[in-house]
Design a binder for this molecule. Structure first.
Ligand SMILES: O=C(O)C1=C[C@@H](OP(=O)(O)O)[C@@H](O)[C@H](O)C1
Ligand SMILES: C=C(OP(=O)(O)O)C(=O)O
Length: 444
């Protein structure tokens, strides 16, 4: 039986200004693009958690060292990039853990590295990462000129990327990708190709704001990529050398912020997140609009978000939510739905089947334990909240999934199993809850 942590219901409204850690998505893009760019980049506000530590450890294995200002990664770090992606010789072996961004973006960047110093690189991850889809990305890279050897199942981790001339360029046609990260990875790799790269999305992409985020970061690092002006759902990369960014400041993580902003909606109070607002590059920064639809009062300003709630007055209302642009927000919304009047439908999130867990199946199971009536669809959930609120004293299983732990902890009066799974993106999450009066020490 794994360790559990007890999370209490707060006794007072939750009123605070809170600073979640740096964005995982922005940190790992900035780290990788800095590693591929010529010159020295300084990054401030970098997330210091499993997913960024995995990226940094892989880069170090490739011979790209990082100088830190201090023990906290967020304080600042500096990194000297090289288009060949490092100086390591032989066949370095990289562990990408369960970090989708590292598995997809770094594998693609390796495949695109021109004349690398290494002969080949082995890429492997956790058992779950071996199951998570990579196939359409890898075959797209092969079409552009990459060479892989499969060390397990074809089209999946573990694999060997053979060092060569990098990517020739050309066109890749994707049916609806299993992850938006395939598109972002092809864009990043395409920046180092010998000729232009065109990515045709025959049935669009899930989680499109992450693709726009990649385009914005490529531009920050001097690259040239964008949506095709010739119509249709296509992207074009016009390769040119990437340039270091003298100072890149990472925004707070909008997905981590979602739990903190949902707390006053469930329990009453007011939470402000500075440095995360309407100007954010993160699609999840728009999640406050979903909270507004449930009934919260929301101010989304430039550089700042505030969400207010008054417990039970007026009551939250269940809603029909298309979360296809913000799939990571599904579990946060599903837990808020437990406290609403009337059913909530969540749609458009079939990518959740391939995340750290199958979040639709895992979420449905745990919501039912709390007394909700849940119907699971291929790409969503219908949730009828329990009359009288969630059942107390339930042990929530977390399926090695940080978002299961963080979302279900908001329920209060629950036991969260394997709480350290939050280390993937928000290691201090339970300390923050304790500071807000939801820790075990609040029982007096
Ligand atoms: O590009 C990114 O940084 C991410 C894209 C999304 O992946 P999917 O498109 O697989 O949902 C998201 O879920 C993940 O947390 C981060
Ligand atoms: C899906 C997620 O992560 P990954 O970057 O590993 O895909 C997530 O953080 O919710």
């Amino acid at each position: 039986m794994s360790e559990t942590i007890h999370v209490r219901r707060p006794r007072r409204p939750i009123t605070a200004t809170l600073r979640p850690p740096g964005s995982k998505s922005l940190s790992n893009r900035a780290l990788l693009l800095a590693a591929l760019a010529t010159g020295r980049t300084r990054i401030e506000g970098c997330l210091d958690a499993e997913d960024t530590q995995l990226m940094l450890a892989c880069l170090a294995r490739l011979g790209i060292a990082v100088e830190r200002d201090g023990p906290e990664l967020a304080d600042g770090l500096e990194l000297d990039g090289s288009p060949r992606l490092g100086s390591a010789a032989g066949v370095p072996a990289l562990d990408v853990g369960t970090a989708g961004t590292v598995a997809r973006f770094l594998t693609a960047a390796l495949a695109g590295a021109p004349s690398p110093s290494w002969d080949a690189v082995i890429v492997d991850g956790t058992p779950r990462m071996r199951e998570r889809p990579m196939d359409a990305l890898l075959s797209g890279l092969e079409q552009l000129g990459a060479v892989f050897e499969w060390l397990g199942h074809p089209g999946a981790l573990p694999l060997r990327v053979l060092g060569g001339r990098g990517l020739a360029g050309g066109e890749v046609v994707l049916e609806r990708p299993a992850s938006s990260q395939f598109v972002s990875a092809l864009l990043i790799a395409g920046c180092r190709a010998r000729g232009p790269v065109r990515i045709v999305l025959r049935e669009g992409t899930p989680a499109r704001p992450y693709v726009d985020m990649t385009l914005a970061l490529i531009e920050t690092f001097g690259g040239d990529a964008g949506w095709s002006s010739s119509g249709g759902d296509a992207l074009e990369v016009r390769p040119r050398g990437l340039r270091a960014c003298p100072r890149y400041v990472v925004e707070p993580d909008a997905s981590a912020a979602s739990y903190l902003l949902a707390l006053p909606v469930i329990w009453g109070g007011e939470v402000t997140i500075p440095a995360l607002g309407s100007d954010s590059l993160q699609g999840d920064a728009q999640f406050c609009r979903v909270l507004e639809r449930f009934g919260a009062r929301v101010e989304l300003r430039e550089h700042e978000t505030t969400v207010r709630g008054v417990r039970g007055a007026p009551p939250l209302r269940g809603r029909d939510l298309d979360l296809s642009e913000m799939p990571d927000m599904t579990l946060t919304a599903a837990v808020v739905a437990l406290f609403a009047e009337g059913p909530t439908r969540i749609r458009g999130v079939e990518v959740l089947r391939h995340h750290e867990s199958d979040r639709l199946a895992a979420g449905a199971t745990e919501l039912r334990k709390l007394g909700a009536e849940v119907t699971e669809h291929e790409g969503g959930l219908d949730i009828v909240p329990p009359a009288g609120g969630p059942r107390p004293a339930v042990v929530i299983d977390t399926y090695l999934d940080h978002r299961m732990a963080m979302a279900f902890a908001m329920v209060g009066e629950v036991e969260i199993a394997d709480p350290r799974c939050v280390d993937k993106t928000f290691p201090r999450y339970f300390e923050v809850l304790a500071e807000l009066g939801m820790g075990p020490e609040a029982s007096c």
